[in-house]
Write a protein that binds this ligand. Structure first.
Ligand code: AMP
Length: 432
């Protein structure tokens, strides 16, 4: 029989890895809440046209990487490759713009792109991100950048660099595009196939080509800044001033274009953990997409957002948090105490404690060894005499020492001792 394995580039997350995931997710949820963002959850599957019309033809995502299929109703559907298009669709579908002038949303969840798998690059990966609708000002851009930087700080991820760029609005962008075409035109024959194709439609894409010769050529290409109209220049300068004010270091990258079609004005990327991630060092990025809501048939609505890759943040985390072991391991000294042990475990769980037992039974020693291996803080041992007298022997597995405690008083004693993190003075006494 062929072995069944997870799809290439898609990974299981096992329980010992989950504490790190939860740290990232919970830190983000908490922080996004502090900035006033509400969580939005959209379907994993969307009509294919949503992504084609937003991300754009000529991008790697749309041309090569989408998981697209025709369902039994003959509709072309796609597993979402990113979160912004879905957020915009939901924003419009629910006419959120009619209810409130400014909307702050965040999301997290799996995304799908059929890329070549590598460290930090997968086919199912997870993103967290925010979208801020309705505010055209550079202060909104600064808020979004600041939220991203604050997340990295809260996670203890250091040594990151923020690259900041601007594409300008439609007119500035058209001027820059023309300048890029003028620059690349004499070299067109030497460019890779992808770049030759993109030359007419989307010359900005030539700036993020990974083919070494093309990348070298791109390094001297004209930048965006010298083609900016006055409004766009002012927007960018204000953003820079606000980031300076917030104490957020950045470097201006005049060639930053980002992989997606819908950006205009501000774009940014955060890189870090190069030692682990190598070439895939973008932890996340984002920018302004003022035209997208309108392109989907909504009213003109400025918007700005970012998305970060959760797997990459995990690779950049300074240390993995340890899984929470059980607080109490209930031990039945003999087979006759197993019923009582089951009852006690249920009672303790009902009181909110994390409880483990060894359902296989076994010798006292082997059960205590298992409790130790699981990192249990206490063991509550029930022998024949204990069951008859309604007590347990409570062993402190971290500090040593045993205390006899009545089963009725056990929740209270455990609560106090877990809170104190210390064994009480005195040792062997009966608490009721
Ligand atoms: P993008 O939507 O392409 O701007 O990506 C935003 C972030 O998502 C990137 O900076 C990465 O951290 C992460 N990301 C994008 N594609 C992948 C992938 N295939 N595997 C893992 N992370 C990814």
């Amino acid at each position: 029989m062929t072995k069944l394995r997870a799809v290439k580039g898609m990974h299981d997350v096992l329980p010992e890895q989950v504490p790190s995931w939860r740290r990232v997710e919970e830190t983000f949820r908490e922080l996004a809440g502090r900035y006033g963002y509400g969580e939005v959850r959209t379907p994993l599957v969307e009509p294919t046209a949503l992504f084609v019309r937003s991300i754009g033809e000529g991008t790697d995502i749309v041309d090569k990487e989408m998981y697209t299929f025709v369902d039994k109703g003959e509709q072309s559907l796609t597993l979402r490759p990113e979160g912004t298009a879905s957020a915009v669709r939901a924003y419009l579908q629910h006419a959120v713009h009619a209810r409130e002038p400014v909307t702050r949303w965040f999301y997290l969840g799996p995304m799908y792109r059929r890329e070549r798998p590598a460290k930090g690059r997968y086919r199912q990966f997870h993103q967290l991100g925010v979208e801020l609708f309705g505010d055209p000002s550079p202060y909104a851009d600064a808020e979004v950048v600041d939220l991203f930087v604050a997340l990295l700080e809260a996670l203890g991820i250091r040594g990151v660099s923020l690259r900041l760029g601007t594409l300008g609005g439609p007119e500035s962008r058209a001027r820059w595009k023309a300048a890029l075409q003028d620059y690349f035109r004499p070299h067109i024959e030497a460019l890779c196939g992808d770049c030759r194709r993109r030359f007419e439609r989307n010359p900005l894409r030539l700036l993020d080509c990974k083919v070494p010769a093309d990348a070298q050529l791109a390094a001297d290409a004209p930048g965006a800044l010298e083609h900016l109209l006055e409004d766009d220049r002012e927007h960018f300068e204000t953003l820079r001033r606000v980031l300076d004010e917030l104490g957020t270091p950045y470097e201006v990258d005049p060639h930053l274009a980002r992989g997606l079609d819908y950006y205009g004005r501000t774009v940014f990327e955060v890189h870090g953990a190069q030692d682990v991630l190598g070439a895939q060092s973008a932890l996340g990025g984002g920018g302004r997409y003022d035209a997208l809501v309108e392109r989907f048939g909504g009213p003109p609505t400025p918007a700005v957002g970012f998305a970060a890759g959760i797997e990459r943040l995990l690779l950049a985390l300074p240390e993995a948090p340890a899984p929470d072991g059980p607080q109490v391991f209930v031990v039945a000294a003999g087979a006759e105490q197993r019923d009582a042990a089951a009852g006690l475990a249920k009672h303790l769980r009902g009181a909110g404690l994390r409880v483990a037992t060894d359902l296989r039974g076994g010798s006292l020693r082997s059960q205590l060894r298992r409790a130790d291996r699981m990192g249990a803080r206490f063991a509550a041992v029930l022998g024949d005499a204990e069951v008859k007298r309604g007590v347990v022997q409570l062993k402190d597995l971290a500090e040593g020492g045993t205390q006899e405690v009545s089963t009725e008083g056990l929740v209270g004693v455990l609560g106090r001792r877990l809170a104190a993190g210390q064994p009480p003075a005195g040792g062997n006494s009966t608490n009721t």
